[in-house]
Design a protein around this ligand. Sequence first.
Ligand SMILES: *Cc1c(COP(=O)(O)O)cnc(C)c1O
Length: 393
Amino acid sequence: MNYHVDEHGYYGEFGGMFIPEMLFPNVEELRNSYLSIIQSDAFKKEFEGLLTDYVGRPTPLYFANRLSEKYQTNIYIKREDLNHTGAHKVNNTIGQILLAKKLNKKKIIAETGAGQHGVATATVCALMGMECKVFMGQVDTVRQRPNVERMKMLGAEVIPVTSGSQTLKDATNEALRYWIGHPDDTHYIIGSVVGPHPYPDMVARFQSIISKEIRAQLMVKTGKGLPNKVIACVGGGSNAIGAFYEFIDEPEVELIAVEAGGEGVKSGRSAATTALGSTGVLHGSKTLLMQDEDGQVIEPHSISAGLDYPGIGPQHAHLFATGRATFLNATDEEAMVAGMELTREEGIIPAIESAHAFAALKMLNFSKDEVVVVNLSGRGDKDLEAYINWGKY
Ligand SMILES: *Cc1c(COP(=O)(O)O)cnc(C)c1O
């Protein structure tokens, strides 16, 4: 079984390039050049140098003593929360801005929902002295005001989008429209393993640093590089693919993806795509998404803005359809409880997105000697208000 992208840009039946004809030149340019650029020695040297000196990699793989005791197993936490800007997203934006430079692009555009990807993009644009426009739904600019101000401080122009429901999917559409009009000098940095080929594969490769490090760190700590289970949360799926990547072709490693159940899978307010979705086209690729009978995208709901996405990347759809990965979902409440558990057991306040991955600990059975890795995709500073409003601590 091939779990990776094929020469046509597909993962099994998922993936591809479903884009308007006018976008073809932009995406085609990327498709023709991304592998030769990112596999070149010069690119790797620059990418790895920035990950080390700017982002602070490698991030620790921490043996969680008290949590391991509680669940009677061996739990290791991959600390992506300790990256510069507080999450895994910067691994991808560093990679893409270096690629944009090699393609002689002068300007960067991005879409953002909660503002996390917008901030990670504005950060690397400041780092490289490049012009940055971030498209954001008008509703989201109000809900996520601190991130709007962060982006402005970093020198980005935040463009509020007033079409449709004025949220992430409308911001994405607007960014694509802008890109059609500015193909020569502009690169579009997509924030997860979604979008038309080659984005899902390109972003997966940039995020694969997470599992490369896990493998090397486990080798040192346990004498073998393969864990028994890897657990990660899934919005679009970039931190999860990053944590899975090295292990996808190692069948003895169980891959566990955790989606946002919101107020419950049957509540009508959920973001659990594999439980509720069906095959369709979203943001340029064929994948699983939440849609009504007419093919209209259903607005997702999750307490964590980063998981509030109506689809998953095409590689995840393939991992789900083939049974290679197990998909679970955690409700808002289960995630908050798990976030508090990590806070009290280990002194680490997680992003609410990442707390969904920890909620899976209660849903799985472990043996005493197995090795379990949980990917802690981001830190909880941005979520303080949500924790306060929840109030149970
Ligand atoms: C954005 C975000 C996510 C969700 O995005 P993926 O592409 O699914 O990884 C998860 N965790 C954190 C901390 C985020 O900021």
